[in-house]
Design a protein around this ligand. Structure first.
Ligand code: EPU
Length: 338
């Protein structure tokens, strides 16, 4: 194990990979492929490692994507913004704002890189990457060519895309994303936290979202974390009705595509189960947002896993609802279960 992953996972866990490489331009890919070929346990591509949990050392190769650059173009109705995968997503949001291109403001301060954004279809405050993604540019390891996968073919869903499927992870390295942003800007303020705040301009929305995020998401340089640790669970209306008997204020939202199902707020469930701001030693949940698991200092991977299982158990006991991780979990041989 020769490649430290400590700088490349925002939980700040002291874990290693068998081999690894930081790729800063296309000319470095042949050397990276060499490492991939030599790895019997496959490979992982990381951006900032802001949505991963390593359960221990990883026996494969890690490619850290640091391809940089942003290009702008436009036609009569649309701005096109093509960003290389290693760009920090928030920097891209801030740059578009500076250039008077509006639409991404609800996605301010989402941790991670542009290359990570399509993988779990990042989203916040009523907007998702899929709303703007024109195409994802990939290096296809099967054909050896650079290819474009159009947004409609990316299988985008709630924190989901075709890039999460194991065979695609072994096939595609995301090199860039092009966004199509309509010039006809409309504010997206339907999300509960934004409604009734009289946010009128893109700048007001951007500033408000930044202030919310600073409260709810701890700075990983201070408190290691990977954003929301669990997905918001989708349950049947019967399950909702059972919970409502004891908690008539349970937050719930329509589940996309299925009128019989509803989405619950995992943070609320964890909070009500008495697990907001808990510290089990070195790991626990954040005091301002129960959905965020944190490394309170010196946590091992096992400590984070134990905290996650503790939270799952408490929510299951209280509500009979199973929480599934939203972060991607890696063990010695690759992606695995909690
Ligand atoms: N809530 C509590 N206690 C908590 C946390 C939340 O009662 O400790 C309640 C809130 O009051 C609210 C509801 O739960 O009624 C939902 O909370 P919030 O609006 O903060 O959003 P969330 O569902 O917890 C999701 C995303 C976040 C995204 C926010 C804002 C997921 C898993 N998480 O969080 O995304 O920033 O909405 O749109 O979908 C991420 O994926 O890493 C992430 C941070």
């Amino acid at each position: 194990m020769s490649f430290s992953l400590k700088p490349y996972n925002t939980f700040g866990l002291d874990v290693k990979a068998r081999d690894g490489m930081v790729v800063r331009d296309f000319a470095m890919f042949p050397a990276a492929f060499d490492k991939i070929r030599k790895s019997s346990a496959g490979f992982i591509v990381l951006g900032h490692g802001s949505d991963v949990l390593f359960k221990g050392d990883y026996d494969g190769a890690v490619i850290v994507n640091r391809l940089m650059g942003v290009e702008f173009s436009e036609d009569a109705n649309t701005h096109y913004v093509k960003a290389q995968a290693g760009e920090t997503f928030h920097d891209l949001v801030a740059l578009t704002m500076k250039k008077g291109i509006y639409g991404l403001e609800n996605l301010a301060l989402i941790p991670g890189t542009v290359g990570g954004a399509p993988v779990q279809n990042i989203g916040a405050y009523g907007v998702s990457l899929s709303d703007f993604c024109r195409y994802v540019e990939v290096l296809d390891l099967v054909t050896g060519k650079v290819d474009r996968i159009m947004g409609r073919d990316c299988g985008f869903g709630y924190r989901d895309s075709i890039f999460r499927i194991p065979e695609n992870q072994a096939r595609y390295i995301i090199t860039a994303v092009e966004l199509a942003i309509p010039k006809d800007w409309k504010p997206e303020t339907s999300y509960a936290a934004l409604r009734s705040r009289n946010l009128e301009s893109p700048k007001e929305i951007f500033d408000f979202v930044c202030s919310m995020r600073k409260i709810k998401l701890p700075d990983p340089r201070v408190l290691g974390n990977a954003g929301s640790f669990f997905r918001n669970p989708v349950v049947s209306r019967e399950t909702l009705a059972v919970i409502q008997k004891s908690f008539d204020n349970v937050p719930h939202y329509p589940a996309e595509g299925d009128p019989d199902m509803v989405k619950l707020a995992a943070g609320w469930l964890i909070d009500q189960a008495g697990c907001r701001g808990i510290n089990l030693g070195t790991a626990g949940t954040y005091e301002n947002q129960a959905l965020v698991l944190v490394n309170y200092g010196g946590a091992t991977p096992e400590d984070i896993v134990n905290a996650a299982r503790h939270v799952q158990g408490r929510v299951e006991d209280a509500f009979g609802v199973r929480l599934d991780p939203e972060v991607r979990i890696y063990g010695e041989k690759g992606e695995c279960q909690l």
